[in-house]
Design a protein around this ligand. Structure first.
Ligand code: BDP
Length: 651
């Protein structure tokens, strides 16, 4: 089979190495005609406030696949009638049509939108929480925004293009192609006889695509508005400290008008105030955000016009106002421990996926709440957003529920020794000009930048994982990762620990990058992919390897993946592979080892629930390592984990 040459999508990204860790404030994204990935001009998640309106554009949109010959040209006319696709949802499993399920290339979503007539003196913005993996936004016939990277938001300010009261055609073109220069990477093949384009990739989850998260139309005041709020918590005795930086449309300088800060506790009492775009506020007798006991303060920023009369009895009407939920907690790493609020924390939980039947990766509030209910039921205190940033609603919910998150970029599949999650002989070196190269690294840097910019304020996020299972044992890995690890450190104002999930082949003897990181995340499959079915060998091999990591690095270890494919309902008195009994025994084996190695400070089972993958001879309707089925029914392992994690019996 021949490889098709696909234009490197990421050549659109202008930044050059070394990556400037410049503030997100420097560019306006989505300027009409813009064809580059520029940071969000307004970083804050859209919210309705006294000064901002918010309209959801979710619902049914007209939908069409692009013909191949349209891939490079914008769609500038109404779509043919016929298909309608729900937003948010991946489009792949919605229709009963294999060509849509397997489509490689561009699709179009289209609807009409009316700007409320009352918005004449507002600035208005279209914001897409994600378009997987590349999105282009058209207002009528005009390209207004373009974004590469399928799991982070982007926007277009359309105030100068459409007037208040006007109705326009909104089209979003979405491309799902992955190349060796995208994050995640992949390759497109053209089949030998029929010339069909097939998307290949190394990662082990289905390449769901489309508009899987919400689309918004929102307004901010025209003249002055808040663009971003950064709050870094700390604790001094029983006082909480919040260091903040406010970015307004006038920059971080004081501008012409005043910026006021008010902090309220959960009862609504004002506990601190301040003014100015930068500073630190103290919260006396602080209630900490704790795992399992979330506590959030309302951090309200208001721009107050200096021309509003100081003699007015009532508080003046703000020019703009926005409230961010903040949690006050600390995260520290010592030799062999991770401390949250100075108390050693032991991670129990899972690697998850955004994955459900029919919706694919479409964000769904019912599944969100139900999944968190199951986390609580089973005694999980944490999860990793394997293998990409999740919808921002998930992060906010974790903040409110006290669930701890290891927040991961979409850099998965940077190892040619892996195909669809299963190891094979590398057919070419991973880090090479025709493989993972400088352009991939630039795309990876953009992914890190956008993840941290979006999630920097979430108290639930205690650690960044900048990649899953890269070929860290191969030549070129160190050169590739050294600047990226540094970038992640430089970008996080809160200096959270950084990590990456290590691939089993990259043992403590062959891995070349772990010293660049604070915590060791190890994905291990002894007893499944190696020593298959032999749990005695697996137990010894696992312990020997963990002790090797401890001796070499003396860093805290989280086993970020361990698990066995299990067909729900399959039973075996011999504990044969794929049976529910084997999964229970497999996990027990690992737990015995974890309990013997002090540096192990966490266990994340792979995976929370069964999920869809590229189906092939290794995967029957997806990956079955879930402790819950794809429909969220417990396998026997769920009950066993619950007994361990909650120290309880029964249901
Ligand atoms: C690891 C990957 C994960 C896979 C898992 C598996 O990190 O995405 O789904 O193995 O093979 O390699 O089940």
């Amino acid at each position: 089979m021949k490889l098709l040459t696909v234009l490197p999508l990421l050549s659109l990204i202008p930044s050059a190495l070394p990556f400037p860790s410049s503030s997100i404030s420097d560019h306006v994204s989505g300027a009409p005609g813009s064809n580059s990935n520029t940071p969000l001009h307004i970083q804050l998640k859209p919210k309705q406030t006294r000064t901002r309106d918010l309209i959801s554009l979710d619902g049914l949109w007209n939908f069409a696949l692009a013909d191949d010959n349209r891939t490079a040209t914008p769609w500038t006319s109404p779509l043919p009638k016929g298909l309608e696709a729900p937003v948010p949802a991946s489009y792949n499993d919605i229709f009963v049509d294999r060509s849509i399920h397997n489509h490689v290339g561009w699709v179009y979503y289209q609807r009409t939108v009316t700007i409320p007539r009352g918005w004449a003196s507002e600035r208005y913005i279209i914001r897409l929480e994600s378009a997987t993996h590349e999105g282009r936004v058209y207002v009528n016939d005009e390209l207004v925004a373009e974004h590469v990277g399928g799991y982070t938001p982007f926007e277009a300010d359309i105030s100068t293009l459409v007037s208040a009261g006007e109705t326009f055609r909104l089209t979003v073109a979405v491309n799902n192609e992955l190349t060796h220069e995208t994050i995640p990477p992949g390759d497109i093949e053209v089949t030998e006889y029929t010339g069909r384009r097939v998307q290949n990739y190394q990662h082990d989850f289905y390449n769901y695509a489309g508009l899987a998260r919400s689309v918004w139309l929102y307004s901010v005041p025209k003249e002055q508005y808040i663009r971003d709020i950064t709050v870094v918590p700390d604790v001094d005795g029983d006082t909480g400290l919040l260091s903040y930086t406010i970015l307004t449309s006038n920059g971080t300088g004081t501008g012409t008008d005043s910026v006021n800060i008010s902090v309220r506790d959960e009862e609504g009492n004002e506990v601190a105030t301040a003014s100015g775009t930068q500073g630190t506020v103290s919260v006396p007798s602080v209630t900490l955000w704790q795992p399992g006991a979330a506590y959030l303060y309302d951090f309200t920023v208001s721009i107050i016009s200096d021309s509003s009369s100081p003699n007015q009895a009532a508080e003046p009407d703000p020019v703009d106002t926005y409230t961010l939920s903040v949690g006050i907690r600390t995260v520290k790493v010592t030799d062999q421990q991770i401390l949250i609020n100075d108390v050693p924390f032991y991670f129990t939980g899972f690697g998850k996926h955004e994955d459900t039947t029919i919706r694919g990766k479409g964000h769904d509030q019912a599944y969100l709440v139900h999944d968190f209910q199951l986390l609580n039921w089973i005694g999980a205190n944490s999860f990793r957003t394997s293998h990409y940033p999740y919808a921002e609603e998930v992060m906010e919910f974790a903040d409110r529920q006290g669930i701890v998150i290891i927040d991961e970029t979409p850099a998965v599949g940077l190892a040619y020794s892996i195909g669809g999650g299963v190891s094979s002989e590398p057919n070419r070196p991973t880090f090479s000009p025709g493989g993972i190269n400088d352009n991939t690294q630039r795309a990876h840097a953009a992914a890190i930048r956008e993840l941290i910019a979006r999630d920097k304020n979430h108290p639930s996020v205690v650690m960044w994982s900048i990649a899953n299972e890269p070929a860290s044992n191969e030549e070129g890995a160190r050169e590739y990762f050294t600047p990226l690890a540094q970038l992640a450190r430089d970008l996080d104002p809160a200096s959270r620990p950084i990590s990456f999930a290590n691939l089993g082949q990259a043992t403590y003897e062959t891995d070349t990058i772990s010293d660049l990181f604070d915590v060791l995340l190890l994905n291990r499959y002894f007893g499944w992919y190696s020593f298959t079915g032999d749990l005695g060998e697996a137990e010894a091999a696992l312990e020997s390897e963990l002790r090797g990591w401890v001796d070499k690095y003396n860093k805290p270890i989280i086993i970020s993946e361990y698990g066995a494919d299990t067909y729900a309902g399959l039973h075996s008195v011999y504990g044969l592979l794929w049976s529910e009994e084997f999964q229970v025994e497999f996990l027990d084996t690992y737990h015995r080892v974890f309990d013997r190695v002090d540096a192990v400070v966490g266990e994340h089972v792979w995976a929370f629930a069964d999920f869809q993958t590229n189906v092939g001879i290794q995967r029957v309707d997806g990956n079955k390592k879930g402790v819950f089925t794809r429909e969220r029914k417990p396998k026997a392992a769920a009950h066993a984990l619950r007994r361990r994690w909650r120290n309880e019996t029964g249901v």
